[in-house]
Design a protein around this ligand. Structure first.
Ligand code: SF4
Length: 117
């Protein structure tokens, strides 16, 4: 099989073509650097994404605080991760970088606040 991707590892956005079967990658072309090849291989073998959302805050200046994953998580876990995030309410004060959900879904990735509240 053949798949065209736009590399998102840097703003240059190279067009990459991957030839593969299942999770076996035969060739990666169009990338300008090694990071592009790694991105393309990950997209085929185990695609991951960062998530940004908000969490409800009790007693804060704002009703919610923005949060994000501390590292990408498997794409297949996005909906379950959003469910975990939506189920949480934190008490103010919330500090930038504060861990809101440690080791979300056993991924080793934390959900952290990206602002104070
Ligand atoms: S292949 Fe390299 S240069 Fe091209 S977008 Fe990806 S990281 Fe940037």
């Amino acid at each position: 099989m053949k798949r065209d991707l736009i590399c998102v590892a840097c703003p240059r956005g190279c067009m990459i073509t991957v030839e593969y079967e299942g999770t076996e990658v035969y060739s990666v072309t169009g990338n300008t650097c090694k990071r592009g090849e790694e991105y393309a291989r990950t997209e085929i073998v185990n695609p991951t994404r960062n998530i940004a959302s908000t969490v409800k805050v009790n007693g804060g200046v704002h009703p919610v605080v923005p949060v994000k994953t501390s590292a990408p998580i498997p794409k297949t876990m996005i909906f379950d991760c959003m469910r975990e995030i939506n189920a949480v309410t934190v008490d103010a004060p919330v500090k930038l970088g504060q861990v809101i959900i440690p080791d979300v879904l056993g991924t080793g990735v934390n959900i952290v606040a990206t602002n104070n509240d």
